[in-house]
Design a protein around this ligand. Structure first.
Ligand SMILES: [Zn+2]
Ligand SMILES: [Zn+2]
Length: 155
């Protein structure tokens, strides 16, 4: 479950940086489009024909470039926003993994334990349904002898 938490954190970090990066790129694109338009408008007003040609062609080129980067940044922005929705699901999953949702109750004393608990923290009752032998073999709670080494199981 620690691994899940780490993956979630990385996803959250990735989402944030993508969101910031795409918004910055989008803002730059909008600025460049405005600059390109002003260049074209300015070029049209100019009296020198070579300046008109330069301004218009440079302005149009800037606008086209900015449109391309702007649409890329929009796609990234939408992707990042989509990742936020996915992460909301991960928060719930994270809580579940941390044991705040999935809990088991000790059959003997009723203490609430995380679902992967082996023994009750209050009374020592085996809640996993498995008895670990000294040899390391896990046996069913009903077993009297180890299925691997034959040793009598202490409960
Ligand atoms: Zn108990
Ligand atoms: Zn054994």
């Amino acid at each position: 479950m620690n691994k899940d938490k780490k993956v979630y954190k990385e996803a959250k970090y990735g989402k944030k940086s993508l969101l910031v990066f795409s918004s910055v790129l989008f803002a730059i694109s909008v600025g460049v489009i405005a600059f390109g338009i002003s260049l074209v408008v300015h070029g049209c007003k100019s009296d020198i024909s070579s300046q008109i040609a330069f301004n218009i062609s440079f302005g149009v080129m800037l606008i086209l470039l900015a449109l391309a980067s702007g649409s890329i940044s929009l796609v990234m922005l939408i992707t990042a926003l989509g990742m936020i929705n996915t992460n909301q699901g991960s928060v719930k999953d994270g809580n579940r993994a941390m044991g705040t949702i999935n809990i088991v109750k000790c059959a003997k004393c009723g203490t609430e334990l995380s679902e992967n608990a082996q023994y009750c923290t209050n009374c020592g009752q085996n809640v996993a349904g498995i008895v670990q032998c000294e040899c390391g073999e896990g046996n069913n709670i009903d077993a009297h002898f180890c299925s691997k080494c034959g040793k009598e199981l202490k409960k």
